[in-house]
Design a binder for this molecule. Structure first.
Ligand code: GAL
Length: 345
């Protein structure tokens, strides 16, 4: 990310490029499957700090685990990022012993409890996905400040002990209700893997109600947004770290029914989401309504050097969404997209 005047420039490079994004210390930003929140005048980017792939294990993307935990970076304007440190740390023993995974951590603010609440997909050491308790659960942590040390509150399975938790996201609705949206599966029933939506308690620490969303069968990497009364849910298919086609589903009620809008990508490499997997969508503070898609571009040679791609979400009409590739683009593009949509309507 870079600046030209008041606009921010995003560089994604060619489809096979892993564009390095140094922080203010010159280190590549090592925060993966996370998100970005705007609080107290700053953007806060958080995610799991991956490991390098150990040479002793060349066959596996072993760097997908962490020995550090969830880390955070801050920026006043999306241009320069300062390392804030580890906000949820691995511990020498117990549930947070590394190497483990804090996959897809997401943070929202609870105005009632005045706490930042994180949910993520918890995989206890040695960090291999499994069905046993602890190997696929929903981890919860909170903090009074966005960038403080988060307190771990254990892990849970909203749909019951035999329903493993996998990829997930958090979504906060306009009425303050929050939802944990996640892929759930029962041992021996891989074909029935399906996204579930769990409504959270008022303090956002537990699930009060969970429902399977049958239209979202065999999807993962969920990223939910709401715009003009429509819920749009972006997801990937199930091919592990290998990229596959994205899909967008739309509903007017969070519980569904969800209409399948198909693949929002188009053109070259659309069938592999431009070599990425959906992670998160955030809004530009100085351009309300302008939404940026963040995708993880997995680097299996060194998970510490995984990259992100950043793309503008386009809404040709208020109930449709498009995601086009730009090797380089500036946020001024949103102003031009807005005026062409207005001309069409
Ligand atoms: C991906 C998933 C990642 C990670 C990976 C492991 O499909 O989105 O979060 O779990 O599989 O194979």
């Amino acid at each position: 990310m870079n600046s030209t005047g008041s606009e921010v420039r995003f560089e994604n490079g060619d489809f096979n490029d892993f564009v390095l994004r140094p922080d203010t210390n010159g280190n590549h930003i090592n925060a993966h499957h996370g998100g970005i929140l705007f609080v107290n005048g700053k953007y806060w980017w958080y995610g799991q700090a991956n490991q390098e792939k150990p040479e002793s294990d060349p066959s596996k993307p072993a760097g997908a685990t962490t020995r550090e935990g969830v880390v955070m970076y801050s920026s006043p304007d999306l241009r320069e990022w300062t390392y804030e440190g580890v906000i949820l740390a691995c511990e020498p023993s117990g549930a947070l012993k590394g190497p483990m995974r804090f996959e897809r951590p997401k943070i929202i603010y609870n105005a009632k409890t005045k706490q930042f609440v994180m949910w993520y997909h918890h995989v206890t050491t040695p960090g291999r996905h499994g069905y046993e308790i602890g190997m696929g659960d929903a981890g919860v942590a909170t903090c009074d400040t966005i960038n403080g040390t988060y307190t771990f509150h254990g892990y849970q399975r909203p749909a019951g002990p035999d329903m493993r938790v996998a990829d997930s996201t958090l979504f906060q609705d306009d009425d303050g209700k929050a939802y944990f949206i996640y892929d759930s599966l029962q041992e021996g029933r891989r074909d029935e893997r399906c996204l579930h939506i769990s409504e959270l308690s008022e303090d956002y620490l537990t699930s009060v109600h969970v429902r399977k969303i049958p239209e979202l069968i065999r999807r993962e990497a969920p990223a939910m947004i709401k715009r003009d009364g429509f819920y749009f849910l972006l997801t990937s298919g199930l091919t592990g770290w290998d990229p596959n086609p994205a899909r967008c589903h739309r509903a007017t009620n969070i519980w569904g029914p969800y209409d399948d809008l198909g693949d929002p990508c188009s053109g070259e490499n659309a069938e592999i989401t431009y070599n990425s997997q959906s992670t998160y969508v955030f809004e530009l503070q100085d351009k309300p309504g302008s939404l940026v898609f963040m995708g993880d571009r997995w680097n299996l040679n060194n998970m510490k050097l995984c990259a992100h791609i950043w793309l503008p979400l386009e809404f040709p009409t208020k109930d449709t969404l498009e995601l086009k590739y730009h090797a380089v683009w500036e946020t001024g593009l949103f102003d031009r997209m807005q005026s062409s949509t207005e001309r069409r309507q």
